[in-house]
Design a binder for this molecule. Structure first.
Ligand code: SF4
Length: 121
């Protein structure tokens, strides 16, 4: 069955309104995009939406109990709760330095990166 999905492109501040005609997993058409990046975003968003993941991971032996982390790229939106459960169970030993890889997410292999420094106690 054909379906039209509509999104606002978040790839740049222009915020073009995108319209994607899909049938199951097949993309039939994309319209409303002003550039190829919008076309790629629309196709991805229609069949495999991704989001940046930001949260915190527990630190052992640090002067702060948690370190903010972010995914290096977007992760599958449908798996975000599963990734949050995984990250809640993670522990990292202080010191932590900004941009340090804290862990890789199971399944997709996306790296989670520390956003700040945490000194050891
Ligand atoms: S379609 Fe292109 S110009 Fe429009 S918001 Fe997306 S990236 Fe920006």
């Amino acid at each position: 069955m054909k379906e039209v999905k509509e999104f606002v492109c978040i790839t740049c501040p222009m915020g073009c309104r995108l319209s994607v005609e899909v049938e199951g997993e097949e993309i039939l058409s994309v319209s409303g995009n002003s550039c190829k990046r919008g076309w790629e975003y629309a196709r991805s968003e229609a069949v495999n939406p991704k989001r940046m993941l930001t949260t915190t991971v527990r630190v052992e032996g640090g002067d702060q109990p948690l370190v903010p982390v972010r995914s290096e790229v977007g992760v599958p939106k449908n798996s975000i709760m599963e990734y949050m459960d995984f990250l809640n169970a993670q522990r990292v030993q202080a010191p932590v330095v900004s941009h340090q890889v804290i862990c890789e997410l199971p399944g997709c292999g996306v790296k989670m990166i520390a956003s700040t420094d945490i000194a050891a106690k």
